[in-house]
Design a protein. Structure first.
Ligand code: DGJ
Length: 716
């Protein structure tokens, strides 16, 4: 629970879930501490020690590091606010005018800048999960004249001296959320995203700590901006430090030149940036954020249905007979949601045409999609379809009829997957797409939309306003999702973007699932899911069993390994299972049964990941909140250099509990790279959580591309 107290006239102490954030307002709002919980009785000494000395060749008074850090405040790094009015008033001078406490979790600072005629409202909330949420609102208070041009609006917070390493992410199509570590040096480690969507190479989450922090070890400070457009994140160290702190962490939306120009009375509201501290490594960050995601109003409330998605099964070959057969095969193995991917609308034999014309293809579907939808519903499954609402092909009726609806100046549009972007910021465009989608969803019994976005936005200037429109385009997409869900309250939405290029907490305020990647190769997927899971709980992250030979990598993997990998997500199938052997269907049936059995655990539990296992191996699991039940996957990606079955510790269990430990073999037995498995695997073993967590069990050496599933059940 969050507790908070205004411990002295000018100091606010927010405290929740073993985190403290202490902010003084003297002489202006400044974070004195963000990290492990402090006692209220610590605050006077913290405040009394909140300034450093005066350095040589520096200002004549100690440098401070306020929340609105800028040159005016003595901060020579990336400033919190940059604006101007026609080139004037470019030195923001906001003076605090009020401090509000709307509730115990929140403090709001109001500022006025009389000369720039602007007001600023800075909201900091430490939620019950211990996550510090930062949001800024800037309003033009002028009554006439030049608009207030916003250049940057960032959350800027201090990091402690011990922090000297960054973990963040990059990626590409089919290789999203690839982890990279960087030592902190003097200067700025800047991650700018100008792709107009979150991007395959999104920084995603920036984790900092003392070098070598792991999933289970180290004090770490992390941030993520909940936004699906351009972003700007940096870790910055100046020789003079940041007040009495060593380093600054800053994040926010990246604004394009001229994108936000506030006319009198207009307000810019930043996306929320989340700052997350953990005393227990990256898993501690995940524990906080997963619970926060699970408390979102948009978070799905029903058990996550097992999916079959048609993409890798049929691609654009939408033959109703074939799809009906696929639906029947899906139902026969226990699928609960059948999703018709790209290719159902008119003029769409491939990805070169038709996008934007959301009319059901009368040649393939003379009676509309109702027939298939009825069949799918009759088989006891939900019915989903694919849309790409923000896009159009030049070869479409929409592009031919409304060239003025295309986002971007006419001479600056490079095609990407043969497509262009629709300017959803124009009300006519937004309404047109809404009505088309609403009609298809409403008349065909659609329960689920896979919402794709297959290109970056480049030179995204609205032809209506002549200005960059990424910010408004993101808001328009969110609003479209919300309006469709308002009209169809049971509708669920999956955020997909050429695989996992729109995976962020911004879109998850509106959507119920993300498609993490177009690769269904389990070797690739293990790592993509591991790091997507830093922010997202498994039930939100789509993960499908593909064919034996992965379409994206051409690598072959066993069915067992594909199934174990998909089990740790919102599971599905993306494979033409009408061609499966009886044995394969039987295996899929067993897997769907296991998914249903373990779903209550996997989709509500605590994600844990071990450090210090052999290179090329992973140990990850989910432990139920009461620690009665856990399932771990012991995974081998590449051959082991060592040949022995060594003890590996299982994190997250209750040390005082006794567990029955057993291998779950429904998806196949361990594919051993040993003559004989460790003896304890021959029969269920009883062991304490202490033994399992502190000493561990010898785990078998596996052949690469395989996994062992191990279950822990609290003994009666
Ligand atoms: C990209 C997505 O990531 C795929 O899953 C699939 O939906 C295709 N687009 C369809 O065009």
């Amino acid at each position: 629970m969050s507790e908070s107290a205004a411990t002295s006239a000018g100091t606010v102490h927010l405290r929740a879930a073993e985190v403290s954030v202490v902010i003084t307002t003297d002489p202006e709002p400044r974070i004195l501490h963000w990290g492990p919980a402090l006692a209220d009785s610590d605050i006077p000494a913290l405040t009394a020690t909140s300034t450093g000395g005066v350095s040589y060749s520096s200002f004549d008074s100690p440098r401070l590091f306020p929340l609105l850090a800028s040159e005016r405040t003595g901060w020579s790094g990336r400033p919190a606010l940059v604006w101007h009015r026609g080139g004037l008033h470019s030195d923001p001078a906001p003076t605090r005018t009020a401090t509000h406490r709307p509730d115990a979790e929140t403090v709001v600072f109001s500022f006025e800048d009389a000369s720039a005629e602007a007001s600023v409202e800075l909201t900091l909330r430490l939620d019950r999960f211990g996550i510090l949420r930062h949001r800024v609102r800037v309003t033009s208070t002028a009554t006439a004249g030049e608009p207030l041009g916003l250049v940057s609006v960032r959350a800027v917070v201090p990091l402690p001296t011990e922090v000297d390493e960054i973990l963040d992410f990059t990626g590409r199509w089919t290789g999203e959320r690839a982890a990279q570590r960087t030592p902190i040096t003097f200067g700025a480690h800047v991650r700018e995203n100008r792709r107009g969507r979150t991007g395959h190479d999104a920084a995603f989450v920036t984790v900092t700590g003392a070098a070598g922090f792991g999933f289970r070890t180290g004090r770490v400070w992390a941030c993520h901006t909940a936004w699906s457009g351009n972003l700007d994140t940096a870790v910055e160290r100046l020789p003079e430090g940041a007040g009495v702190h060593a380093t600054a962490l800053s994040a926010g939306e990246l604004l394009l030149a001229g994108e936000v120009r506030l006319v009198p009375g207009q307000t810019y509201e930043s996306p929320e940036t989340l700052f997350v501290f953990s005393a227990d490594g990256i898993d501690g960050i995940s524990a906080r954020v997963h619970e926060a995601v699970r408390s979102l109003p948009a978070y799905p409330t029903s058990p996550r249905p097992l999916v079959l998605n048609t993409w890798e099964a049929v691609y654009f070959d939408h033959d109703p007979e074939r799809l009906s057969e696929l639906a029947r095969a899906a139902a026969s193995v226990g699928v609960e949601r059948f999703v018709l991917d790209d290719g159902w609308f008119v003029g769409r034999p491939d990805d070169r045409s038709g996008l934007g014309d959301w009319t059901i293809d009368p040649d393939a579907w003379p009676d509309g999609l109702r027939g298939l939808s009825d069949l799918v519903h009759g088989l006891g499954m939900q019915f989903g379809i694919w849309f790409e609402p923000e896009m159009l092909n030049p070869d479409s009726d929409l592009a031919r009829t409304h060239p003025e609806w295309i986002l971007g100046t006419a001479d600056a549009q490079a095609l990407w997957r043969h497509q262009l972007v629709l300017d959803l910021t124009q009300p006519d465009v937004w309404n047109h797409i809404l009505e088309r989608m609403d009609d298809v969803i409403g008349t065909n019994g659609v329960d689920f939309v896979k919402w794709d976005h297959n290109r970056d936005l480049h030179a995204a200037v609205s032809r209506a306003s002549g200005r960059p429109a990424v910010h408004d385009q993101v808001l328009a997409a969110y609003a479209l999702m919300d309006e469709l869900r308002r009209r169809h309250p049971r509708l669920e939405i999956e955020s997909c973007a050429s695989g996992g290029a729109r995976v962020d907490l911004g879109v998850l305020a509106h959507a119920q699932r993300v498609w993490a990647s177009d690769t269904n190769d389990p070797i690739e997927r293990q790592l993509i899911q591991r790091y997507t899971g830093v922010l997202l709980p498994p039930e939100i992250v789509g993960s499908h069993v593909g064919p034996a030979r992965a379409h994206t990598t051409h690598r072959t993997a066993s069915l067992s390994f594909r199934m174990v990998t998909a089990l740790f997500g919102h599971a599905g199938i993306e494979w033409d299972i009408t061609g499966c052997t009886d044995d394969e269907r039987e295996a899929l049936r067993a897997w769907s049964g296991l998914y249903r059995e373990l779903r209550p655990l996997l989709h509500t539990g605590v994600t844990v990941r071990s450090d210090g296992v052999d290179e090329g191996a992973l140990l990850h699991g989910v432990v139920s909140p009461n620690r009665d039940h856990a399932v771990f996957a012991w995974v081998r990606l590449t051959p082991s250099t060592s040949g022995g079955a060594m003890r590996v510790r299982f994190p997250g269990l209750d040390p005082d509990a006794s567990y029955v430990v057993r291998e779950r073999t429904e998806l196949g037995s361990s594919d051993l790279h040993l003559v004989r498995a460790p003896e304890w695997m021959d029969a269920p073993l009883t062991a304490s959580g202490r033994l399992l967590g502190e000493a561990g069990l010898p785990l078998p050496v596996l052949n690469p591309g395989s996994a062992t599933l191990i279950e822990f059940t609290r003994a009666e």
